[in-house]
Write a protein that binds this ligand. Sequence first.
Ligand code: PMP
Length: 393
Amino acid sequence: MGLIEKCSRYTRAREVQASGFYPYFIPIEASHDTEVVIGGKTKIMVGSNNYMGLTHHPYVLERAKEALYRYGTGCTGSRFLNGTLDLHVELEEKLAELMGTESALVFSTGYQTNLGVISTLVGRGDHLFLDKLNHASIVDGASLVYGTVHRYAHGDLRALERQLQAVPDTAHKLVVTDGVFSMEGDIADLPSIVALTEKYGAELMVDDAHSIGVLGPDGAGTAAHFGLSDKVLLTMGTFSKSFASIGGFVAGPEVILHYLRHHARSLIFSASMPPASVATVLAALEVMKREPERRDNLWRLTHRMQEGLKSLGFDIGHSETPIIPVVIGEMEDTFVMWKALFDAGVFTNPVMPPAVPESQCRLRISLMATHTDDHIDAVLEAFATVGRAIAVI
Ligand code: PMP
């Protein structure tokens, strides 16, 4: 079978396209932070990861522009060779300061960070333990390791303990967990995970993609939120969410990052973050520090939205963060609900199998510090009207 024949057998997406309910790859014509223009119409954006609302902050834009003109549009090479700017080094210093670690290492995306860190550090004879709802980049990193991969049901720490127990004491063990789970919006039970890693001599890495900026007194993420920063060996983060840019990093002991700098293939064999993107993150770090009220507003709006949806009768699962899943059920109802909300001016993200079980399809809302109370009211009103019309509530 040729590739054209093989690919044309995939018909699922074309069927949804033909039905008029296809919710993916929608071109946005203009973006104004919390509102976007699509097909000439303004929609409230509750489907981004722009938690701090910094993509349009005047200071951030100015710093990005300065870097663009000083260094040009791209680095045209890997960090390893010609692609390290003084800006990358400055960013690594600032990130290590935020995370309270010896060092930090910047990659071109968060996906590449997980891929590089996990595949490089877990070798033959080692054991890797993953929550089943960890992000795809962790799963893909795990698919490259020569060691043994164990996966436990989401949050099932008894299963994790059984798996840890079954591995010889002398083997190297690494547990990797999302800090905030991206489709559920719940926070990992880090205190219990740390208790297990200590009991069984395992090491711990946390994916803080959705936690940095959001959790912890200075936005330093999940470990800081629980006061456990010294118990986590490695923390990874992304710049594609709170930091309003693109890129990723890992923070931890210098000796490990030194090893990664010289062995992580996704770092060495890929071009580095472009100058304007690095300057954006540096500026975002400054604004996050200077304007802590952003985080306070994000949390206030989050609680309003969670309470509002619950009181309308929606099932929001175990959301504890600005990621709020609204469980609809079957795939068809979810597409219909998504389209009705979209037509009513609300941009959400539909989450379908295999990301969630068949009967647990959902719309995922994520909030920004720059949303207003009027946005929350309008979104709740749209959910109420549409939810009643299609009998979800
Ligand atoms: N980890 C988690 C939990 C994520 O949600 C994401 C992005 N969706 C990533 C890693 C990858 O980050 P990036 O977008 O920078 O590749």
